[in-house]
Design a protein around this ligand. Structure first.
Ligand SMILES: Cc1cc2nc3c(=O)[nH]c(=O)nc-3n(C[C@H](O)[C@H](O)[C@H](O)COP(=O)(O)O)c2cc1C
Length: 353
């Protein structure tokens, strides 16, 4: 394959979302650019959510989906083998490119237009056809299920459950630190790191933007929590979720690294389809990842209260989406009509040499 074609495929690959835009990936190429190896970089994301690298595997699933779509448009079939090396769990995929006829894919453009929209959306019913197209977008992904809720009553109930996603961030010093380490406050920081999240992507209204820089100080957040700060942050999440047109949950039949990568691919397809339809999307993944940790008996660091909240949320999410207990909750999200955001997160170059 021509080196420039692979470079173009990789440019699409790295547009993938990742936890707090950590971009935990690295690429190697072989056989005259017809083989691409995708590696995980565990040191990029040491957040509490990334237990056993599962958050990063979700991001890798999105990278793989972007690569498959771009390759097809550029005339190559991408054959993906997940975890080709039994002894190296950081070797996420080996991708072989087989030449074929270029095929247009309406999701290709969406790869470059997709972004996380954390602003409130305008509550609007989606047409049955739009919902069906979103739901159908994941059908090609193995061992994955996608659940959607669009009736206002059910959305309201779920919003109450999902609000703890953001509340816990402001009640745990380690999670709070990781988030604030990844916030980029000015253009110099944004362009020098090419990772993390510009403050303008966080969905803050003018008055919130005024106070938000103070929230980087844990002692202040901790003190303000006695006055209800974390609950107010939870309420903001609740308000955002209740205004969604669609709430969704992607689950995997297997609770292993394959399941997380495939769930990431499914998330990306839903996100691209929503983008194509001009809809806004925000992943809500912190909570399902805590639920996963809870199922692995690895939530010891959390307080009894937080553990109980996580367990209760797991039950409510499964009930409200009517998900079977045997499935692993991986990616939650909200979709709706949102105003567009001009500031975008950056990416590091995808070098292949
Ligand atoms: C595994 C994973 C978990 C994420 N969790 C959340 C989340 O809980 N809330 C949120 O607002 N964004 C979440 N995101 C979105 C990322 O922060 C976002 O993709 C990243 O900052 C890059 O920005 P972009 O999506 O606008 O390109 C998550 C993304 C991934 C892949």
């Amino acid at each position: 394959m021509d080196r420039q074609i692979l470079q173009k495929i990789l440019e699409a690959g790295v547009r993938a979302p990742s936890g707090d835009n950590t971009q935990p990936w690295r690429f190697e190429t072989a056989n005259e650019y017809t083989q691409l190896d995708l590696f995980n970089l565990p040191e990029k994301d040491d957040s509490y959510y990334n237990y056993e690298q599962v958050a990063s595997y979700v991001a890798h699933g999105a990278v793989i989906e972007n690569i498959k779509i771009a390759a097809r448009v550029l005339g190559f079939n991408a054959q993906v083998e997940l975890f080709p090396n039994q002894t190296n769990t950081d070797h996420v995929a080996r991708i072989k490119f087989i030449q074929t006829t270029p095929e247009p894919d309406p999701l290709y453009e969406a790869i470059f237009n997709r972004y996380t929209n954390r602003f409130p959306y305008e509550r609007q019913e989606l047409s049955g056809e739009d919902i069906e197209n979103i739901s159908n977008s994941v059908k090609s992904i193995a061992d994955i299920n996608a659940y959607f809720v669009h009736k206002p009553e059910a959305i309201k109930k779920l919003a109450k459950v999902l609000m703890v996603n953001d509340r816990i961030v402001f009640e745990r010093r380690d999670i709070h630190r990781f988030l604030f380490d990844k916030i980029r406050w000015n253009t110099a920081q944004i362009t020098s790191t090419n990772d993390g999240m510009p403050v303008d992507t966080l969905g803050l209204i003018a008055v919130e933007k005024l106070f938000f820089p103070l929230m980087r100080f844990w002692w202040l957040v901790n003190a303000a929590n006695y006055l209800g700060l974390s609950h107010i942050i939870g309420l903001k999440c609740w308000n955002n979720c209740r205004k969604a047109s669609l709430l969704g949950q992607i689950t995997a039949n297997r609770a292993d690294k394959h399941g997380f990568v495939n769930a990431g691919s499914a998330m990306q397809r839903v996100w691209l389809e929503a983008t194509k339809q001009g809809l806004a999307f925000q992943p809500i993944i912190g909570l399902p990842l805590l639920i996963y940790r809870s199922r692995q008996n690895a939530l010891q660091a959390l307080s009894d209260k937080h553990r109980e909240i996580v367990e209760q949320s797991a039950k409510s999410i499964s009930e409200l989406f009517e998900i079977d207990q045997t499935e692993t909750l991986i990616v939650g999200f909200r979709i709706g009509k949102g105003r567009s955001v001009s500031t975008r997160t950056q990416r590091m170059n995808a070098s292949i040499d």
